[in-house]
Design a protein around this ligand. Structure first.
Ligand code: MN
Length: 131
């Protein structure tokens, strides 16, 4: 099933790479370059899944995840979030999960890992809504 996937990322190379990867498996890709615009876009389109860079020029990915989880919009409150970051420091994964992200991936982005994470989260969401 085709889904709308939002990626909030300020690095154009990663944006292009992930756009191609997501479109290659038949999903609709929307990219936004910073946190504030990303959150606005999320409100607008209610994406099925959000890919989230942590280091962004305005608010960081942790803050974005916290705002999504605090949202009164149920789509955004429950939307699956994959954090993708170059931060290799110990504790970053925990921090991302604490902020409300479902999964943490480190850069450089492994496309096969991305595909499998995306598909399994989308599948889990579909199973929940079928109940
Ligand atoms: Mn970044």
């Amino acid at each position: 099933m085709s889904a709308v996937i939002l990626y909030i990322e300020d690095n154009p190379d990663n944006m292009t790479l992930v756009r191609r990867a997501i479109e290659a498996i038949g999903h609709t890709f929307v990219g936004m370059p910073n946190g504030i615009e990303g959150l606005k876009k999320a409100e607008e389109i209610n994406p099925a899944l959000i890919l989230l860079d942590i280091n962004l020029p305005d608010i960081d990915g942790y803050e974005i995840a916290r705002r999504l989880r605090a949202s009164t919009n149920p789509y955004l409150h429950y939307v699956p979030v994959i954090a993708i970051t170059a931060n290799a420091l110990k504790g970053d994964a925990e921090k991302a999960l604490e902020a409300g992200c479902d999964v943490y991936m480190s850069k450089p982005i492994n496309i096969r890992e991305l595909w499998s994470r995306v598909e399994s989260l989308l599948e889990a969401t579909q199973n929940q809504s079928a109940d």
